[in-house]
Design a protein around this ligand. Structure first.
Ligand code: PMP
Length: 407
């Protein structure tokens, strides 16, 4: 049993106590973006009111303080995901930015004509399109690991696809559309046995369970602050130093240089060579506060609580006639994607909104996943640790009401 009072924690999220369409809000769109606790909003507000200055460039006190606070987040992230070195933590604007950085920079240096980039069939577009762009530029090819009807990768096909031309494996740690948790540790071991590096898109994993990049032995790991109770416009790329040191800068500008002349420019060291220009300072400082908040609750506790909620939600949804859950993988995290045999997902979402219940409907930026499961769209309820069984009950009542309206 989880020894944390999650209903008390919920009270720290003011946005959740509002009325929508005359009813108390049920927020189940956490995979798109999660909500922010007061202490993070307060930290951001205090920075704007009293502490703002540019970082890394001023000798004046305010700038030094802002720099210290901003850089403190790097240490917090390092500890949070257990990276070996602080300079393996690169600040980005989010998962999309992190993956584009690797696709471009690693791609420029290490991907050659005829190489293969291995993705899974259920990736978010953010972990497809950047790879297609570099593949096109370099004359490389995309290969796809198929999934079975549950949404689990087909292991033997994965092993068969790894070969001497594979430049990188890039897969989601957790699928945003189905909730599948890929067997990433095993996949990494398998890829490493052939010296192939692995990037994990951790956007839907880091918010829901402890992640240890050294234990995974992953080469690149990307995630977004706004999906884990932090601010928008901020994200992380973890990369192993042995790769980062070899990778060229991705964007040019201030801060990322060592010396500049019109004839030649030399670059700063990792991570700064990847962080051109004035960074998202306030978001970084806010994210530092977010990590302290999550650490106090404990990611193990969050994982256990959310698993109980997911199990409850799965059981309740399965009881509704005509509803089919899409994504029944062996291991799942926090996502309940479903369709009704007659009613379009958008209609379900609209009728739920009328009852103050927020879910997402559509293809979830994963059109190939929809194609694999032969559905145009799904309705998706995605959980956070501030949700509870009452939210699930409101969801299932809401779905029953939607069905009855169509009968
Ligand atoms: N990957 C996955 C699995 C996601 O769920 C998302 C966000 N929906 C992204 C990547 C992109 O994240 P962001 O929009 O924060 O860059």
């Amino acid at each position: 049993k989880v020894d944390v009072d999650f209903n008390r924690i919920r009270e720290q999220f003011p946005v959740l106590s509002q009325q929508v369409k005359g009813q108390s809000l049920v927020y189940l769109d956490n995979a798109a973006s999660s909500q922010m606790p007061s202490r993070v909003a307060d930290r951001i507000d205090a920075y704007h009111r009293n502490e703002h200055a540019n970082v890394h460039r001023g000798i004046h006190t305010l700038s030094q303080k802002a720099t210290d606070e901003y850089e403190l987040t790097r240490e917090k992230v390092q500890q949070f995901i257990n990276a070996e070195h602080k300079d393996e933590i690169i600040y980005t604007t989010g998962t999309t930015d992190s993956i584009n950085l690797v696709a471009n920079s690693f791609g420029n240096r290490f991907i050659e004509e005829g190489d293969e980039i291995l993705l899974s069939e259920i990736e978010h577009h953010a972990n497809i399109v950047p790879w297609q762009m570099i593949a096109k530029r370099k004359g490389a090819n995309i290969r796809v690991i198929p999934v079975d009807d549950n949404g689990d990768i087909i292991w033997d096909e994965y092993v068969d696809l790894l070969n001497d031309n594979t430049a990188i494996v890039a897969v989601g740690h957790v699928s945003n559309a189905l909730g599948t948790v890929h067997p990433v540790k095993k996949m990494i071991t398998e890829a490493h046995s052939r010296d192939i590096p692995v990037l994990l898109d951790g956007a839907q994993a880091v918010p829901h369970a402890p992640v240890d990049v050294q234990d995974l032995d992953v080469d690149f790991y990307a995630f977004s602050a706004h999906k884990m109770c932090g601010p928008t416009g901020f994200g992380i790329l973890y990369g192993k130093k042995k790769y980062l040191d070899e990778m060229p800068p991705y964007r040019g500008g201030g801060d990322m240089i060592d010396k500049v002349s019109f004839e030649e420019t030399t670059y700063n060291v990792t991570p700064h060579k990847f962080e051109a220009g004035t960074p998202p300072i306030v978001a970084g400082i806010g994210f530092g506060e977010t990590i302290s908040f999550l650490n106090e609750i404990g990611m193990e506790n969050i994982a256990q609580y959310e698993q109980e909620l997911l199990e409850y939600g799965t059981e309740q949804l399965q009881r509704i006639d005509g509803i089919r859950i899409i994504g029944t993988a062996k291991e799942k995290a926090s996502v309940l994607s479903f369709v009704h045999e007659d009613i379009h997902a958008t209609d379900i979402g609209t009728i739920l909104d009328q009852q103050g219940i927020a879910i997402r409907t559509g293809h979830h930026c994963a059109q190939p996943t929809m194609r694999r499961f032969n559905v145009p769209a799904t309705a998706r309820a995605s959980l956070s640790f501030y949700n509870n069984k009452e939210d699930i009950n409101r969801l299932t009542e809401g779905i029953r009401k939607a069905i009855s309206m169509f009968e």
